[in-house]
Design a binder for this molecule. Structure first.
Ligand SMILES: *[C@@H]1O[C@H](CO)[C@@H](O)[C@H](O)[C@H]1NC(C)=O
Ligand SMILES: *[C@@H]1O[C@H](CO)[C@@H](O)[C@H](O)[C@H]1NC(C)=O
Ligand SMILES: *[C@@H]1O[C@H](CO)[C@@H](O)[C@H](O)[C@H]1NC(C)=O
Ligand SMILES: *[C@@H]1O[C@H](CO)[C@@H](O)[C@H](O)[C@H]1NC(C)=O
Ligand SMILES: *[C@@H]1O[C@H](CO)[C@@H](O)[C@H](O)[C@H]1NC(C)=O
Ligand SMILES: *[C@@H]1O[C@H](CO)[C@@H](O)[C@H](O)[C@H]1NC(C)=O
Length: 483
């Protein structure tokens, strides 16, 4: 090949490469989630299992003086618990390995107030081991709740001795059962232990040392924050960010936890713990919530940038009650059917106020992937995306997602639909979006439209949207409320 020809070819290659090159994504906006926090976001549901001596004493808070012999779940089958979790769509299961009473569901070397002193499996049983094995068999992630408050342990009240005891138990749990995805802590404390302090920071460091993939949940994180209530409601707005330094474990401000704040310095997404029954533990005379109540909770938690941690307490036989099982199945199939048909999945066209570059076009909102998103021209903090659905479609729920790996941005948005007489009219509006925001329209506000647009009215930086969907929620109609 002669010199001139190869030079020309090189020029052409350089030119083609320049044409094919993408512009880079906009700068991520701090704070951003770590890898393990992104794992947390990606779960659809988590399930909590409150189980222990309270299950046998019809009590919510034990005394610590129960006889271990009352613990005898004769038909215990953790595989059935996991079947329930899976049928509800949960991907993480958390067990109360020790509640405030101090009774340990594993044979701890540091106390005899445990399954080892019970008659269950002849004192040779380990609920934690069975729980973990059953979860792994079905590919579910595992978490533990080890109550800081311990009404049984005699050294409780002595700061040094109790912190040693608690850390020793943590170590048993975090070294003996394989990878753990979440450690769940509350700040509950005996009112008489005024001179004792829990060394939370040391516990957190130890958890991360032993299980680097585990998210730690408490009022104040450090990974996941409590949503501030136990009735399953996240705030509006609901920022993933908050200041850890503004939250005191055990004495936190519920309103702050529900909303977080846009100026928050820490990525601290909220988790909503709520029980399917009135109590956290199983009681013969209690029944699970109705499907309507659970769907309402879904729209107030999972649909507001939050993760629902639904408690389903096993009964004294050691099984999930049939009534809870059926409720979970109905809940999950309702969610599946609401989101089974996305009316915005194949629009005739999608246009936007502006586009950063060709790889950030508005078509990127048609799939749920976080890696593909619409971005407006650099420096714009508002903008819109318009969809022509191709035909008039009836919807009463809409979903929006931000690629939160790039930081949570949107502060205010609204959605409009087009009507030949009304022109553009308001369908729904809100403040934050985050990982997943679903707006349910009021029963009398279902919408029939061909043109729909999402308008971002305010944002912390260039607004980025990775998904937009429209749905028809058939459970939202009064005449079908008996489904
Ligand atoms: C335990 O539960 C699983 C799942 O429901 C079931 O397949 C299995 O047969 C049960 N085992 C026993 C011993 O009942
Ligand atoms: C547990 O240990 C305490 C203190 O050593 C002892 O008094 C008690 O009898 C033991 N209980 C059982 C069931 O072994
Ligand atoms: C807590 O400590 C203070 C100061 O040492 C002491 O006066 C008080 O009696 C202690 N209270 C309890 C409940 O131990
Ligand atoms: C959280 O921290 C940010 C940044 O330092 C600050 O602007 C904000 O006021 C803090 N919020 C609270 C509730 O202290
Ligand atoms: C626990 O649930 C199982 C499954 O529904 C049921 O067969 C059993 O009778 C229940 N046990 C109690 C004590 O209600
Ligand atoms: C939604 O719009 C209404 C009416 O314009 C307004 O009062 C409300 O503050 C808006 N809500 C949000 C979250 O922007």
């Amino acid at each position: 090949m002669n010199f001139h020809l190869s030079f020309l070819l090189l020029e052409i290659l350089v030119f083609l490469r320049a044409v094919a090159l993408n512009s880079p994504p906009p700068l991520t906006l701090r704070p951003i989630p770590s890898w393990r926090k992104l794992q947390f976001h990606s779960r659809r549901l988590s399930m909590f299992f409150h189980f222990g001596v309270n299950t046998f004493t019809d009590s919510e808070r034990g005394s610590g003086h129960e006889s271990p012999s009352i613990f005898n779940p004769e038909r215990l089958n953790a595989s059935q618990w996991m079947e329930a979790a899976q049928s509800a769509g949960a991907q993480l299961v958390i067990l109360t390995v020790k509640h405030h009473d101090g009774f340990c569901l594993w044979p701890s070397a540091y106390t005899n107030f445990s399954v080892a002193s019970s008659s269950w499996r002849g004192g040779k049983g380990d609920v934690v081991a069975e729980f973990v094995a059953a979860a792994r068999e079905r590919g579910l992630d595992v978490g533990f709740y080890l109550s800081p408050w311990d009404l049984h342990e005699s050294c409780y009240g002595d700061t040094l001795l109790y912190n040693e005891f608690y850390l020793a138990q943590l170590r048993e749990l975090l070294t003996g059962y394989g990878p753990i995805s979440e450690v769940w802590l509350d700040g509950a404390k005996s009112p008489t232990a005024v001179n004792m302090s829990y060394d939370f920071e040391l516990w957190f460091d130890t958890i991360h040392q032993l299980q680097p993939g585990a998210n730690i949940f408490s009022d104040a994180g450090p990974d996941i924050r409590w949503v501030g209530n136990e009735y399953g409601e996240a705030g509006q707005p609901c920022w993933a960010m908050a200041n850890r330094s503004s939250i005191t474990i055990g004495r936190s401000d519920g309103q702050y936890l529900m909303s977080g704040e846009s100026a928050g310095t820490d990525w601290l997404p909220p988790e909503c713990d709520m029980s399917i029954r009135p109590g956290w533990f199983w009681h013969r005379n209690e029944a699970p919530k109705s499907l309507e109540q659970l769907l309402d909770v879904f729209y107030k938690s999972s649909a507001r940038n939050c993760l629902l941690l639904l408690n389903v307490p096993p009964n004294s036989s050691g099984l999930i009650d049939e009534s809870d099982f059926q409720t979970l199945e109905r809940f999950s199939s309702a969610i599946d059917s609401i989101f089974s048909v996305n009316l915005a999945a194949n629009p005739l066209s999608v246009t936007a106020s502006s586009v950063r570059s060709s790889s950030f076009g508005p078509k990127q909102i048609l799939d749920e992937r976080m890696e593909t998103f619409w971005a407006p021209m650099q420096g714009e903090s508002t903008g819109w995306i318009e969809l022509d659905l191709g035909k008039v479609s009836k919807f009463n729920a809409l979903e929006i997602r931000e690629p939160v790996n790039m930081g949570q941005r949107v502060k205010e948005y609204h959605v409009e639909a087009w009507d030949s007489e009304l022109g553009w009219y308001l369908v729904s509006n809100g403040s934050t979006i985050g990982y997943r925001k679903v707006d349910r329209l009021e029963e009398d506000q279902e919408c029939a439209a061909r043109l729909v647009r999402l308008l971002i009215d305010a944002s912390r930086g260039d607004p980025l949207i990775c998904f937009f969907g429209l749905y028809f929620d058939m459970y939202n109609l009064r005449h079908l409320s008996s489904i």
